[in-house]
Design a protein around this ligand. Structure first.
Ligand SMILES: [Zn+2]
Length: 360
């Protein structure tokens, strides 16, 4: 059990982090000074004209296309080369590095636009696969929340797949899918948390799921309009993210000993004691001390989000703050699945104890 004072300090810390993120993102305009600069425009215009002339010779493009699976166009190459030429000139003149078309000037690797974010997205997806496999091996099928958390892993693997695609190649549709599935992951986390923690919501889980899907559908429809509302998307995502974090912090602090909070009151085991103890290789977890892992994951995720605040140009042309945010969440995922295994093991341990008492 956590000390009440330290819990309040942690809640306060998370609230502060979330408020700072929301304030930062709300202030973000997505305007880029680099692509409006005179030298960039002067560099791109003749290059675009050359591209237009080359497009009159389709036979010369067929070989290029075969060596260009990510379909970088001639005009993309103009923007890329001019962006780096202008950045070098700006830095040589002692000016700060600027963004172009909403992005920092990244150096491509194997055709990938943001190679570090691609690598870290893949690692996040692999962390979910690794965690889900460990969970599936350790926890028997009879445990009520096994399918819930396996489904959670599937949703998140899909999200990180599209994150890797988007950071490989920033296109209209890859950006939309990255944003939409990121929101789907956040709503899925909220759903899993609510159903895991609350008896009442667990009973009405299909209704909760329908509500979450309706919210997601409305979100996607709203963001499918002509102008993508970045501010709304981020504010909505951070609000649900924060609510989910609060939910778990409260659970870590009070469940299952606080009688006045119906949301976090002790939940009866969702296990048939006679069947649940068979199968799996779950470790014996006799106490609720494992809740510290949930707290570590939630607070860790909040601290990782601080990278999103410290928006800085990519180090070595590759590692920007967003890439480091993706890189830092890999460890959080590992801790989270360790918590989920302990959580299920604890309930299975209780079921085993209850079963033994019934047999006596
Ligand atoms: Zn990303």
């Amino acid at each position: 059990m956590l000390h009440r004072g330290s819990t309040h300090r942690l809640v306060f810390l998370i609230v502060i982090v979330v408020i700072v993120i929301v304030a930062h993102l709300a202030a973000e305009t997505h305007a880029s000074s680099g692509d409006r600069s005179w030298d960039y425009i002067q560099c791109c215009q003749p290059c675009f004209s050359d591209c237009a002339r080359q497009s009159d010779k389709p036979s010369s493009l067929s070989v290029l296309d075969s060596l260009n699976p990510l379909r970088w166009t001639c005009m993309d190459e103009c923007r890329y080369n001019c962006m780096h030429a202008c950045t070098e000139a700006h830095v040589a003149a002692g000016q700060p590095v600027q963004q172009f078309h909403g992005k920092w000037p990244f150096t491509r690797f194997a055709g990938m636009q943001e190679p570090a974010s691609v690598l870290f997205s893949i690692l996040n997806g692999m962390a979910h696969i690794y965690g889900a496999r460990r969970y599936a091996q350790a926890i028997p099928e009879q445990y009520a929340f096994r399918r819930l958390w396996i489904g959670y892993a599937v949703v998140n693997v899909n999200t990180w797949f599209w994150s890797a695609i988007y950071h490989t190649r920033d296109l209209f549709w890859t950006e939309r899918l990255d944003y939409w599935f990121a929101t789907a992951s956040i709503l899925c986390s909220m759903f899993c948390g609510l159903v895991r923690i609350s008896n009442v919501l667990h009973r009405f889980r299909w209704l909760v799921m329908a509500l979450m899907m309706a919210v997601f559908g409305a979100h996607v429809i709203y963001l499918s309009q002509d102008r993508f509302d970045y501010g709304y998307n981020m504010t909505a995502s951070v609000a649900v993210f924060a609510a989910n974090a609060m939910l778990w912090v409260l659970w870590c602090a009070f469940a299952p000993v606080h009688p006045l909070l119906p949301v976090v009151e002790p939940r009866p085991l969702q296990i048939d004691p006679q069947r649940a103890i068979d199968g799996g290789s779950y470790p014996p977890i006799p106490s609720l001390a494992y809740r510290r892992k949930a707290l570590a994951a939630v607070v860790g995720l909040g601290l990782c989000a601080a990278f999103e605040i410290a928006d800085f140009p990519p180090v070595f042309g590759i590692f920007d703050a967003h890439a480091l945010w993706h890189g830092s969440t890999v460890l959080v995922i590992v801790v989270w699945y360790s918590f989920l295994i302990d959580d299920a093991s604890y309930e299975l341990h209780l079921a085993r104890s209850r079963s033994a008492k019934q047999l006596r």
